[in-house]
Design a protein around this ligand. Structure first.
Ligand code: MLC
Ligand code: AMP
Length: 491
């Protein structure tokens, strides 16, 4: 389904090149003068520049004492410098830990405590302070790593089973844990979409997604470099910035979360999207209505796909053939998929699947069934033509603007508010954000809290995108016999 005509799927080995750094080095060795990445401050850099700069940056990291297997936090606005740091870390065999720059001290501290990084590449002054307080021995540097011409060690000496990245996610339950993605996983994840979306060296992606999540990093950036293509890096999203970049740089691709497409659809320039060869949506459900509006209003047949931190990309609508609104399509090359017979939970296997949660054997064991299928926590059904439709989640998760919010974390933080006796957090469907974080509060005797009280209580405790945007005061929360809140009754 996802292969070009004439390609025999059995002849395709997604991990033949072993690791992304090995594959990338092969690309850079050919056509070193071809432009590969652009940002506003830097302009275009070539494949050769990227090879040289990542080598120098790797030398700097090596000089700072970092060795294969050491963890390194990466958190900064999207830029060529950040990409150089990321690629250098991978080439050296370090394990990259991407972190959302909106995180507050407590959220960052959890990741630092769990991952035990030896270094961090960050661009926020307060993060430098927080890291120095928590882990004074850690090397903390800004993204501009390749200023020194440090001696480079041997690079790209990687096995496909070596860990490459820890993606922090709460999985189906519990506290954020690091999904260990190996070099083989990252390669297979990028290779499957390269094939399915017919990504070629002539493509140019407008990349306005953050580089600390799978969508921007594991798909947008890694896919670009693997395909030998190029990308325009934008530090943040706006419809005008995306459409201006697409025009100025003759782009062919755009990837976005549904909130971005909603905002694009409200722009009177939305028709300009049709200059692109392919627009991909994912990370949260794209409504069938928005899909149709983009087709009718802008002539764009958005291709929706489905993925996860633990698995990179899983399922995609076809490049050739119908891109069916309200569905995510067919399993990508290498991915095996089935639905659990009793619940309809989506179960998957494949070379893109993570190796387990960092130092959490129990959580890892729970995440897989007895036959080694990974339980996604998403509920699906397959229509008569084989398209997967996601119809809900078994896991507790709110997705707002493509960012995941775990209700438990927000509930725990709100429960410490003196005017709150009890609280439950859910997601309310919303046209712009997909879902908005909603608090159901039983007030303590006396004063009923207001939404702004809740939000200021969370300031400095959790990232702003986790703050409730809706508040309902209730007399009590519906609980089952075990005392668990029955969230489906809250609406
Ligand atoms: C920003 N804000 C959000 C928010 N993003 N609130 C809720 N949900 C979000 N997603 C807050 C800001 O802190 C600010 O708060 C207020 O909203 C106004 O911000 P804005 O300027 O309107 O938002 P903007 O900066 O434009 O961000 C919107 C966005 C961004 C859609 C561009 O959220 C975004 O880049 N989302 C992409 C996330 C992503 O990459 N997900 C991929 C996960 S990987 P205040 O209080 O200051 O007003 C994955 C796997 C897969 O899921 O399948 O891909
Ligand atoms: P994350 O843990 O951030 O990787 O988020 C992964 C989750 O995002 C998945 O388990 C799904 O619930 C959701 N998701 C990703 N893509 C889609 C999509 N196209 N439609 C619906 N949900 C999606």
């Amino acid at each position: 389904m996802h292969f070009s005509e004439g390609v025999d799927p059995r002849s395709v080995d997604l991990t033949a090149e072993v690791s992304l750094p090995a594959a990338w080095s092969n690309r850079w060795a050919t056509q070193p003068t071809k432009p590969t990445l652009w940002d506003e401050g830097t302009g275009w850099i070539t494949r050769g520049d990227l090879a040289r700069r990542t080598k120098a940056a790797a030398g700097r990291l090596f000089g700072a004492g970092l060795r294969k297997g050491d963890r390194i936090i990466l958190s900064a606005a999207a830029s060529v410098d950040l990409v150089v740091a990321h690629v250098a870390a991978l080439r050296l065999g370090l394990i990259v830990v991407p972190v959302n720059g909106a995180y507050q001290q407590v959220e960052l501290a959890h990741i630092v405590g769990d991952a035990g990084p030896r270094a961090a590449v960050v661009d926020k002054p307060e993060w430098v302070r927080w890291l120095a307080e928590q882990a004074p021995e850690m090397t903390v540097v800004s993204p501009r790593l390749d200023l020194d011409d440090a001696a480079a060690p041997s690079l790209d000496q990687l096995d496909s089973r070596d860990p490459a990245l820890l993606g922090y996610t709460s999985g189906t339950t519990g506290v954020p844990k690091g999904a260990v993605l190996t070099h083989g996983n990252l390669l297979a994840g990028a290779e499957s979409v390269r094939i399915a979306w017919r990504w070629t060296p002539e493509d140019r992606l407008v990349l306005a997604l953050p580089l600390f999540h799978m969508h921007g990093l594991g798909v947008g950036l890694h896919g670009t470099l693997l395909s030998g293509a190029s990308a325009v890096l934008l530090d943040g999203f706006s419809p005008d910035a995306v459409l201006d970049a697409a025009e100025a740089h003759d782009a062919t691709l755009f990837f976005g979360v549904p909130t971005m497409y909603t905002r694009l659809s409200q722009s009177d320039r939305v028709g300009e999207l049709s200059r692109l060869r392919l627009c991909v949506a994912g990370s949260a459900p794209l409504s069938a209505d928005l899909h149709r509006r983009l087709e009718e209003g802008a002539g764009v047949r958005v291709l929706e796909r489905y993925g996860m931190t633990e698995t990179i990309m899983l399922v995609s609508n076809p490049y050739d053939g119908e891109r069916r609104a309200g569905t995510v399509g067919f399993p990508l090359p290498g991915v095996e998929l089935r639905l659990a017979p009793d619940t309809g939970e989506v179960l998957v296997r494949g070379p893109n699947l993570f190796a387990g949660y960092w130092r959490r054997p129990e959580a890892t064991a729970e995440a897989f069934d007895e036959n080694g299928w990974f339980r996604t926590g998403d509920l699906g059904e397959i229509d008569g033509n084989g398209y997967l439709r996601l119809r809900g989640r078994a896991k507790e998760l709110v997705i707002s603007g493509g960012y995941n919010v775990y209700p438990r974390e927000v509930e725990d933080a709100l429960r410490t508010h003196p005017d709150i006796e009890d609280v439950a957090v859910t997601g309310t469907p919303d046209r712009e954000w997909g879902e908005v974080v909603t608090a159901w509060v039983v007030a303590a005797s006396g004063k009923a809290p207001e939404l702004d009280d809740l939000r200021s209580h969370l300031e400095g405790v959790c990232a702003p995108f986790k703050h409730p945007r809706l508040l309902h005061l209730v007399d009590d929360l519906p609980r089952n016999a075990l005392g668990k809140v029955q969230k489906h009754l809250l609406s």
